[in-house]
Design a protein around this ligand. Structure first.
Ligand code: HPA
Length: 260
């Protein structure tokens, strides 16, 4: 089963024929909302998907208050093997200006105080390999879907994750750039690591909705209204790539629909 976690600007999938909604309770509390079950009619066939809005369906949950553990646990408990996430980000690198889409391959986690692991009090202590934080197969799926849709995407990039909800200072973005970050968002950590703890195949499609603080058109500050407008247009492209990804996933043999 495939799941999509929508971020800012993506609280529903326009092309999803909803079949049912399910409220799932987990040992970690409540997910961001009910899980939406549906089918995406890809033109050739119908593919089943579960959708979840990370910030709630009314976009009411800020990045630091998302119950990431409940979200990932709920999807896993329903038999999901792959999660295609969407993140809106600020572009740090020059090639990630507003409207550009990327499929990052690395993460630097600057968040703090979030419930970031399922492995609490485990004996013996459990570690996961996280050298490559996103699933290679899921990244390839996103890249292939973008290509088939004719939508240019930047392959790879380092997504720095800040605590939010405030945006970054100029010095923070300068530091992140020195660290190697090419984009900045607020939610792929701890989401990606929690997915890995449960062996889920997980990748994200990142939409740059603004230049990061102090960069390009944000050199004098981030203009939130402009960013909103970019988000609206960009999410239409994201929807197109997602529909294509769902179709490609559905056509894959079962054994490659999981983590690699
Ligand atoms: N910083 C952090 N998160 C973001 C940004 C940003 O500039 N834009 C969209 N999400």
């Amino acid at each position: 089963m495939l799941a999509i976690i929508g971020g800012t600007g993506l609280t529903n999938l326009a092309n999803l024929e909803i079949t049912r909604r399910e409220v799932v309770r987990t040992p970690y509390g409540e997910p961001s909302g009910h899980l939406t079950f549906g089918e995406i009619n890809t033109g050739r066939h119908k593919a089943e998907v579960i959708f979840l809005a990370r910030h709630g369906y009314g976009h009411t949950i800020p990045p630091h208050e998302v119950n990431y553990r409940a979200n990932i646990w709920a999807l896993h408990s329903l038999g999901v093997t792959r999660v295609l996430a969407v993140n809106s980000v600020g572009g740090v690198a020059a090639n990630l200006g507003p409207g550009q889409i990327a499929v990052p391959d690395q993460i630097i986690d600057y968040t703090y105080g979030r419930k970031h692991t399922f492995f609490e009090g485990d004996k013996p202590v459990t570690h996961i390999d996280f050298t490559f934080p996103y699933c290679h197969r899921a990244r390839m799926l996103y890249l292939a879907a973008a290509k088939a849709s004719g939508i240019p995407v930047v392959d790879s990039g380092v997504l720095g994750v800040t605590q939010g909800p405030r945006l970054e200072t100029l010095a923070e973005v300068n530091r992140m750039e020195r660290d190697g970050c090419t984009m900045v968002g607020m939610t792929t950590a701890p989401e990606a690591a929690l997915a890995r703890e449960l062996d889920l195949s997980y990748a994200t499609l990142a939409l740059s909705m603004n230049h990061a603080a102090g960069r390009g058109s944000s050199s004098a500050g981030i203009k939130l209204e402009e960013a909103e407008a970019v988000l609206k247009v960009g999410m239409e492209k994201i929807r197109t790539v997602l529909a294509q990804a769902v179709e490609l996933h559905a056509a894959m043999p079962t054994e490659v629909r999981g983590f690699k």
